[in-house]
Design a protein around this ligand. Structure first.
Ligand SMILES: *Cc1c(COP(=O)(O)O)cnc(C)c1O
Length: 383
């Protein structure tokens, strides 16, 4: 079995636990702290419009207005996922044997980027240091910037501009993977939108730090968006109208205040974790334990570690879900997704528990993970 197939099975297990909890209790018993809202707030008026041919016409105008306000640019394009936007952009703009150069605050990048580079037969290079701007050259067909990584590492605004300037010296388009960056960068760090910073194209995830559905929203110049739209339609990557309506609702509801509040409260959470002897890392709106730190903590508690760190992190996440109803990404994420256990305190569901309850769950789950390892119950925990 390939590693990724293995991950598909683990995700199925995570979803099964969730389904059982919903059946035995109800959906409100779950505490989703992923920061991925999945909001789908349709009214019956929306539903009746969706049943006619008028739906797409009405909603396209609305998503253009709201999308442009959120992202800047001349035209927006709703797609099925952020990944769909990344795939379509690379297929549309990158020729075989040319080079994609990608800058980000910290590795890893989203796996869809190198994967699609390979698909189109392009070279792919990834850098975190501005000394590496020299790798942008005449054979480069696309420059990518990740605004905020999957682990919420934010690129510095000056670096952002430097990359854009260098790319534009060679007339190379700049595409920004701003999945959560469109909110984290703008709401917390007061950075302009990617397009306002001079990028040619950007994509954001409509479920990250806003109450929208899982989907992708692209923005840019009319000309580039039209080129990408063609590929999107050819490969079936577009957002269907019900998804577009839910994106509109998410954009209408979005305000930066929740994110800003979590940004200040996370220091308190961090202090409480430290007082328990734990060693998390801060994120802009919460905290996280990377795979290695989960393993370190377990070793400190005397656990016997014979498995890879990604497996251990997934066990931890699965136990947090099973015992405390708290959803984090490793137990339900797509194959290849980061195995960092990240808690987003700006998530709507954070209202369902106190800081003390959260810290207790985080701490106790380390003990439970140790027990699973000691008693060799890995298989039944993950599959
Ligand atoms: C979440 C994320 C993506 C992909 O979003 P999907 O909804 O899984 O397609 C891409 N890039 C970054 C930086 C992300 O955080």
């Amino acid at each position: 079995m390939t590693i990724e197939l293995d991950e598909v099975k683990r995700r199925e297990k995570g979803l099964k636990i969730i389904n059982e909890k919903i059946k035995n209790d109800n959906v409100n018993s779950l505490v989703d702290l992923t920061g991925l809202a999945g909001g789908f707030d349709l009214t019956s008026d929306d539903m009746s419009l969706l049943e006619t041919y008028a739906g797409p016409a009405v909603y396209d105008e609305k998503i253009q207005d709201l999308g442009l306000k959120h992202m800047g640019g001349e035209k927006v394009l709703p797609v099925n996922r952020t990944t769909s936007g990344i795939v379509a952009t690379i297929i549309a703009l990158v020729e075989p044997d040319t080079k994609i150069v990608h800058f980000l605050a910290k590795k890893p990048a989203h796996p869809s980027i190198p994967r699609t580079a390979k698909l189109v037969g392009a070279e792919y290079e990834e850098y975190t240091d501005m000394d590496d701007l020299k790798h942008i050259d005449d054979n480069t067909s696309l420059v990518i910037i990740t605004g905020t990584t999957m682990d919420l590492e934010v690129i510095d605004e000056e670096d952002f501009k430097k990359v854009i300037n260098e790319a534009h010296k060679y007339n190379i388009p700049v595409f920004v993977d701003d999945a959560s960056g469109a909110r984290i960068r703008c709401a917390i760090y007061n950075q302009p939108t990617a397009i306002d910073l001079g990028a040619d194209l950007s994509v954001t995830s409509t479920d990250k730090l806003m109450e929208g559905p899982r989907g992708g929203l692209m923005a840019g110049s009319k000309d580039l968006i039209d080129q990408i739209k063609l590929v999107v339609n050819q490969y079936g990557l577009e957002a269907q109208t019900p998804l577009v309506v839910a994106m509109i609702k998410g954009l209408e509801k979005y305000t930066p205040e929740r994110i800003q509040k979590a940004f200040t409260q996370k220091d308190k959470l961090y202090e409480m974790l430290e007082n328990q002897g734990l060693n998390p890392q801060k994120t802009p709106t919460g905290f996280m334990f990377k795979e290695d730190e989960i393993v370190n903590e377990l070793k400190k508690r005397g656990a016997n570690i014979e498995y890879d760190t990604d497996i251990i992190a997934t066990i931890y996440s699965m136990l947090l879900l099973k015992n405390y109803n708290i959803i984090t990404i490793p137990s339900v994420g797509m194959p290849g997704a980061s195995k960092t256990v990240r808690i987003d305190w700006s998530a709507k569901d954070s209202d369902k528990l106190t800081m003390e309850e959260l810290i207790d769950a985080i701490d106790e789950t380390f003990n439970m993970t140790k027990e699973v390892l000691d008693e060799n119950k890995i298989e039944e925990t993950l599959y």
